[in-house]
Design a protein around this ligand. Structure first.
Ligand SMILES: C[S@@+](CC[C@H](N)C(=O)[O-])C[C@H]1O[C@@H](n2cnc3c(N)ncnc32)[C@H](O)[C@@H]1O
Length: 336
């Protein structure tokens, strides 16, 4: 694979747009999109031109971008965090990945009522939920900080109704925090949640009394996040899960946590909130007492999920995953 900081393979873009590289190259020629470069007989597009290419592609498709509906009081507010959020919600990649304005409002009010001393957010994306929570802290003049971790990989989005490209989401989130005048409330971490979990005490010196999990939504990914950070939540602390209804959001992980570790456990209080306008759902969980079975190394089912995550990241797995050997491993793992 050709590697260049500024170039993006047209074949990858074709995969995202669910078309073939040949059709995409033909489209580029038809609309006289000249910013395509050939390297070793393969087509590349400059990253700076991807957004412009999307615009052109949309003109020739049936796409009408969708956006979250902004609540009137947010739209009318002159507070810097509110005006910043309104601008962020106008980004094409904000819908439906970020919390909706009404869910964000809920996050803010929960934070300002719970008054946590330390918040950890897994999954910052462009920082919309982060700013909502930071606004809650600001309102009560708390001294707490939000630690927000994300891989912060370039966002290249094509959903069939939305599109957008953002090369540096961390820079975007930091600028948004600045414009919201909330930078002093947020520490950003560009790494995987797993890495942060391993180096926890290096970065964070207090218990996490509000843990917001909205990162890797797969079953092993969610289990991994839950197990990594569960021990850092004190008794009485809160854990919040986003996207708990797979039927609507398409993700299984958060539901799996609720059904397998929370719902029937005497160690937690649980409230499920069926959110509108989309029923992706939110769960608010309160830790009543310690469940040592949920500590890393204590439960074989949890460890199996975590092993899956570790396996999925190895180069060996990446090499075999689409081959017969990969299929065999998948079958064996599923049977356990
Ligand atoms: C649904 S988005 C978060 C949306 C955000 N909380 C909001 O409401 O504005 C999920 C984010 O999780 C991040 N993510 C996925 N896997 C991760 C991991 N293992 N570690 C850290 N972040 C991860 C993705 O990069 C993505 O930005």
């Amino acid at each position: 694979m050709y590697k260049n900081e500024e170039l993006y393979p047209l074949a990858n873009l074709a995969q995202i747009l669910k078309t073939s590289p040949e059709d995409l190259a033909e489209f580029a020629e038809k609309v006289q999109f000249t910013a395509i470069t050939k390297v070793n007989s393969l087509d590349f597009i400059k990253k700076d031109d991807i957004e412009r290419f999307f615009e052109e592609y949309v003109l020739h498709s049936n796409i009408t971008p969708r956006y979250w509906k902004i609540l009137p009081h947010l739209d009318n507010s002159v507070l810097p965090w509110a005006t910043t959020l309104v601008k962020m919600y106008q980004e094409k990649f904000a819908y439906p990945t970020c919390v909706s304005p009404s869910q964000g409002q809920l996050l803010k009010e929960l934070v300002s009522n719970i008054n946590p001393q330390n918040i950890l957010e897994i999954g910052c994306f462009i920082g919309i939920s982060t700013i909502w929570m930071a606004a809650g802290l600001e309102e009560i003049e708390s001294k707490a900080i939000i630690h927000s971790v994300d891989l912060f990989e370039p966002i290249l989005l094509w959903t069939g109704y939305n599109y957008g490209y953002l090369n540096n989401p961390l820079e975007y989130a930091k600028n948004a925090a600045l414009s919201a005048q909330l930078s002093h409330r947020i520490s950003f971490y560009k790494m995987s949640s797993e890495e942060l979990g391993k180096k926890f005490s290096q970065f964070i010196d207090r218990p996490i009394d509000f843990l917001y999990i909205d990162g890797d939504h797969s079953v092993p990914g969610c289990v991994n996040d839950f197990v990594l950070f569960y021990p850092q939540v004190p008794i009485g602390g809160y854990i919040m899960l986003h996207d708990i209804y797979p039927k609507f959001c398409g993700y299984e992980g958060p539901r799996y946590i609720i059904d397998n570790f929370i719902k029937k456990s005497p160690h937690f209080d649980l409230v499920e909130i069926n959110t509108t306008p989309h029923n992706f759902g939110i769960a608010l969980i309160r830790k009543r007492s310690e469940d040592k079975n949920l500590y890393p190394g204590k439960n074989w089912r949890l460890e199996l999920h975590r092993a899956r995550i570790r396996l999925s990241k190895t180069t060996t797995w990446k090499k075999i995953k689409d081959k017969p050997m990969g299929n065999l491993v998948r079958k064996v793992i599923r049977r356990i």
